[in-house]
Design a protein around this ligand. Structure first.
Ligand code: PLP
Length: 384
């Protein structure tokens, strides 16, 4: 069994309790017992999304839910406004184009946050825009986008508001109903700390109106079928679900409930603050502006003279700590520390001890213990 400490922005480490739940025997997926699992899991998801609407579990990774969000509201030629400031913003745009839609992009420099005024301007210019997509936590750059402020603007327009919370739900403030979000998607393997393989989606009444009136090009991800089968007694999914993963997600969400969503978000905020403080204490540079930095993943500029292979390779091979690299044009320019899911000061102390040793070995002028001290100085005054 690989004991590497996963400090990547998903998938995240799963606790033995969740793994154990996954090993329960398989039941009939169209039975009362499984229907109860589905209902409870959906209800817990809706609580975390903070919506009164139903949540639907899809077998597939986060991208399946992103695709479901688009294909169910899209007819060829429809115009969708995609806010693109990283890999996942771009993915929404690619999905729109893959299904014959017209993607109108608002390009945001990678490492910067979206400006709500730009969205307002685009909507004023083009009344035909059917929906706006925003990625809450742009995992590729470590930036948190202002989904609350964007939601206030979208309230004045007919366009649907679609938000990807794949790497933020359960680790950052998300209030689907409060922010006027029409379609919200997430994945199982990040802040919720369940294994990869499931995604979830929730839709407002306005979104359902559009879905019902769209001649969509989908089959497996046709949300109308998920809505219909979820209303059967007992509730079902249209096709055979990943039963074991539903057990695991159900257990992981119970853990979220037991911790309390507020406490969990606070824990993520503290981990992010400690990580940023430790990075600065070591003389490294954060990639995004701190004011827009994510609470679940921190992107850091690779120090001059050290390659990604050297830094992450040493961390992995010598200290068994796995960090993430940059994606696309940020490859070799940044590295990323995921601090989502079950991460506490314990994992951060290990990570930063290893990072200090790695940097010293690679010839970077580092004062040993400064990173760990910054973590202590973040947590100790808060009595945690
Ligand atoms: N959206 C965001 C913000 C992500 O971080 C990811 C995965 O890293 C995805 C979507 C895609 O999720 P998946 O890899 O589960 O398909």
């Amino acid at each position: 069994m690989d004991e590497t400490l996963l400090m990547i922005p998903g998938p995240t480490r799963v606790t033995p309790r969740v793994l154990k739940a996954m090993s329960e025997n398989i039941v009939n997926h169209r039975s009362a017992i499984f229907g109860k699992f589905l209902t409870e899991t959906s209800e817990m998801l809706s609580n975390i999304f903070r919506t009164n609407n139903k949540s639907y579990i899809l077998t597939g990774s986060g991208t399946a839910a992103m695709e479901a969000a688009i294909v169910n509201i899209l007819e060829p030629g429809d115009r969708i406004l995609n806010v693109v400031g990283g890999k996942f913003g771009e993915r929404f745009s690619n999905i729109v184009e893959a299904f014959g839609g017209e993607s109108k992009r608002i390009e945001v420099e990678w490492g910067k946050a979206a400006n709500p005024d730009d969205i307002k301007e685009a909507l004023e210019e083009d009344e035909s825009i059917k929906a706006v997509t925003v990625v809450h936590n742009e995992t590729s750059t470590g930036v948190a986008n202002p989904i609350k402020e964007i939601g206030k603007i979208l309230d004045d327009y007919d366009a649907l508001y679609i938000v990807d919370t794949v790497s933020s739900l359960g680790g950052a403030e998300v209030d689907v109903d409060g922010y006027n979000i029409d379609i919200c998607v997430t994945g199982s393997q990040k802040c919720l700390a369940a294994p990869p393989g499931l995604a979830a989606i929730t839709l407002s009444d306005d979104a359902w109106d559009v879905v019902e009136n769209t001649d969509s090009r989908c089959y497996y991800l046709d949300l109308k079928k998920y809505r219909k089968t979820s209303s059967l007694e007992p509730p079902e999914t249209p096709y055979t679900p990943a039963v074991s993963l539903v057990y695991a997600l159900h257990e992981a969400l119970k853990v979220v409930e037991e911790e309390g969503l507020k406490n969990r978000i606070r824990r993520h905020e503290l981990a992010a603050e400690a990580t940023r403080n430790a990075i600065k204490a070591l003389g490294l540079e954060l990639f995004p502006d701190e004011r827009v930095s994510s609470t679940t993943v921190t992107a850091v500029k690779l120090p001059e003279g050290i390659t990604d292979a050297e830094l992450r390779g040493t961390m992995r091979n010598k200290y068994h700590v796995e960090l993430a690299g940059g994606q696309d044009h940020l490859k070799g320019k940044i590295f990323r520390i995921g601090h989502m899911g079950n991460i506490t000061h314990r994992e951060l102390i290990t990570t930063f001890s290893a990072l200090e040793m790695t940097l010293r070995e690679l010839g970077f002028d580092v004062e040993m213990g400064e990173g760990v001290a910054a973590i202590a100085d973040t947590y100790l005054p808060k009595n945690l």
